[in-house]
Ligand binder design. Sequence first.
Ligand code: SAM
Length: 268
Amino acid sequence: MPQVEHVGMFTTVDALEDPGVFIGLLDRIQDAPDVQAARADVLARLDLRPGETVLDLGCGTGDHTREVAALLAPGGSVVGVDFSTSMITEATRRQASSPTTATFEQGDAQQLRFESNTFDACRTERMLCHVPDCEAALRELVRVTRPGGRIGVIDVDTAGVMIDNSDRAMTAAFAASMTDAIQNPWIGRTLRRRMGAVGLVDIDVRPLVLEIGYGAIEPMIDAHVALMQQAGLGDEEVEAWRRELEYSNMAGTFFMGMTMFAATARKA
Ligand SMILES: C[S@@+](CC[C@H](N)C(=O)[O-])C[C@H]1O[C@@H](n2cnc3c(N)ncnc32)[C@H](O)[C@@H]1O
């Protein structure tokens, strides 16, 4: 189970006692069919070509950086950048057994080391919601993209958290707990405005509902259950809410959905 006090802290993964917990969480979520579909949609809209140069910002374990790399061969290159050295170490470890070509390095999305107009395209997935100054990160994405280059953003909006549970108040408390734990919980709905504000054109923002299986979200539920109990919502009441979810999973009726946004744009 994630350390409770760090439940929202993809912001500073390296501060965790065991960053491996968050690597495991990423592995659980990224294979969800809806996440894969959103990623494929954005990749298709970015229209990546062999020979192009791409940045994957907030690359995590680098699995998606490698998906990009496969589209750029021959002759192209992709670099994955992440704030967390633990993520970069894991991305580099996984890269060693990959037939693709990708490089990884530590960096802060809010202040990138790259020259202006370096990349043909940039992508970032589920990172802006964790960055303290997401406007600075978007400005940096635009700065390092060449004129005419493309930008793809996938992110969530926690106000769209849906869980089928008979206790509506407790379900709302869970959604609020998730929201409070994240730096920019409403990033999704702001993308059209924010991407326009940094001068991007041809902005195409598509909201979708991501269905999350119990196996993928269980560690997050357990962490928030502990937070909700600490917040005084009643140990037994919170536990009863959690148990209902566990039973619905055993009965094959568990449902959790979350609003996600898949956005693309072009630098003028
Ligand atoms: C939820 S994970 C998503 C990782 C990956 N994009 C994926 O979709 O699997 C968020 C990632 O953003 C990284 N991150 C958070 N703040 C960052 C920043 N300021 N600069 C670069 N990466 C950051 C985290 O370390 C983490 O790896």
